[in-house]
Design a protein around this ligand. Structure first.
Ligand code: AMP
Ligand code: GLY
Length: 421
């Protein structure tokens, strides 16, 4: 079968790599892909906002399955569009993609179905919001409703900080805003929890911890993710049961009551406090870099798992996991997440080094005249599977040092909570 993957990050290279191992996959197109996906699939430049252009391409090439990596096309309704034209797509439809596309949509579900989450208030204009904030306790969290590429969340220690955040949101920094979300600040440990669903049944799809801050010790600016490890050390049978019964199943029930179904990966960003889970946010896709750590742990054919979700037959599909630890460290362009140089060559990169338990998944790379150029902030994902996080980290750092890319930097403390403390 010919398939297409939408996206260009490390998550999509990891998806392409796993799907390419299946006997059932004859050809993969990555739209637009990167220098890593180019080695195992065909990269195609198409306008991701133009669903008709995408459809014409899929039809011409007889593509039978489309796997969507990032949230934006999902929130914009790519699944509804392609399915109406009889192309199978792995991902949720527009209405349920609001679980990520609108934080207020998710909060309303939490309230109605008693899903544990931070207490919150939805405010409709600046004046009302500031009045509410004047009588609030700090710290608290101010959030823009819609997609904001991870930038629409403000943890505020003082009224003045929250006032600035509210002004930015209502001034349209993250798109037109009619509402703002004010949340209680939750203290605890964060965990990324995944399920995969075919609309009728679901299976858990492992856990991970990511490190979002740019600096060592989780300091400095927020990024797309500097590294991750899987499984999370926080997970245990009791906690998993609570997450499923108190968060995941009520959410799927809410979707069912809307007359909708959820197909795809669902990523719950959780805060864990005294072994109790609270939902911080939903993402309607795999995490990045969590995906790069989780997929190499899957023993089964990933294509069969994903395809079963498009045929409502996930229930019969086994998902078995390697009993290993997996870690990813992201090599970034110096300056990220602020300004960094683009089109910088990365030499000495052995493109064929994806082995059994050691992988390099590309993100912001492009090949040009047989050279590999860095074109993004997050450039390469170094992944290692082993029996301990310490070994994973040491081997990855060794690999990154061997590459000796002078224009890059990385965090050498990924996993410090499970290794060093
Ligand atoms: P979100 O985009 O909603 O995941 O928020 C980004 C980050 O902000 C999360 O990963 C948390 O670290 C933090 N955050 C969001 N909401 C809260 C909250 N209510 N309490 C504490 N931290 C939060
Ligand atoms: N690693 C965080 C995310 O994918 O949103």
């Amino acid at each position: 079968m010919k398939i297409a993957i939408i996206g260009s990050g490390g998550r999509e290279h990891a998806l392409a790599y796993q799907l390419n191992k299946s006997d059932k996959v004859t050809k993969i197109y990555c739209i637009p892909g990167n220098a890593g996906t180019e080695k195992i699939s065909k990269n195609i430049q198409l306008d991701l906002e133009n669903f008709n252009e995408l459809y014409n391409f899929f039809e011409k090439e007889n593509i039978e399955l489309v796997v969507v990596g990032p949230e934006k096309p999902l929130v914009e309704g790519i699944v509804d569009y392609l399915e109406a034209k009889k192309i199978k797509v792995f991902g949720p439809k527009k209405k349920v993609a609001q679980l990520e596309g609108s934080k207020i949509f998710t909060k309303k579900i939490c309230k109605e179905f008693k899903i544990p989450t931070a207490n919150f208030k939805i405010c409709n204009n600046e004046k009302e919001t500031l009045k509410y904030l004047l009588s609030s306790n700090f710290p608290l969290v101010v959030k823009a409703d819609g997609l904001a590429a991870g930038k629409g969340v403000f943890i505020c220690k003082t009224f003045d900080e929250s006032k600035n955040a509210v002004k930015e949101i209502f001034n349209g920094k993250f798109g037109k805003a009619n509402e703002v979300l004010i949340e209680e600040f939750l203290d605890g440990d964060e965990m990324s929890f995944f399920i995969i669903s075919d609309g009728k049944s679901y299976k858990t799809f492992n856990t991970a911890q990511d490190h979002k801050r740019v600096g060592e010790g989780d300091t400095g600016k927020n990024t797309g993710g500097m590294g991750a490890y899987s499984p999370s050390s926080l997970i245990n049978k009791d906690l998993e049961y609570k997450i499923l019964k108190k968060i995941i199943e009520p959410t799927l029930h809410a979707i069912d009551k809307m007359g909708e179904e959820y197909v795809g990966f669902l990523y719950a960003g959780l805060m864990i406090k005294n072994n109790e889970p609270f939902l911080i946010e939903y993402n309607v896709r795999m995490g990045d870099p969590e995906c790069q750590t989780i997929l190499p742990l899957v023993k089964n054919d990933l294509f069969e798992i994903i395809y079963s979700c498009c045929n409502s037959s996930l229930k019969k599909q086994e998902i078995n996991w390697k009993n290993q630890k997996s870690m990813c460290i992201v090599l970034c362009s110096k300056g990220y997440p602020d300004k960094y140089e683009k089109n910088v060559e990365i030499s000495n990169l052995d493109i064929n080094q994806n082995l059994k338990d050691k992988f390099i998944f590309h993100a912001g790379t492009k090949s040009y005249n047989n050279k590999i150029m860095a074109i993004g902030g997050r450039v390469l994902n170094f992944v290692k599977l082993s029996e301990s996080y310490l070994i994973c980290r040491e081997e990855i750092i060794n690999e990154i040092n061997k590459l000796n890319w002078k224009k890059g930097f990385f965090r050498s403390d990924i996993g410090y909570k499970v290794i060093d403390e």
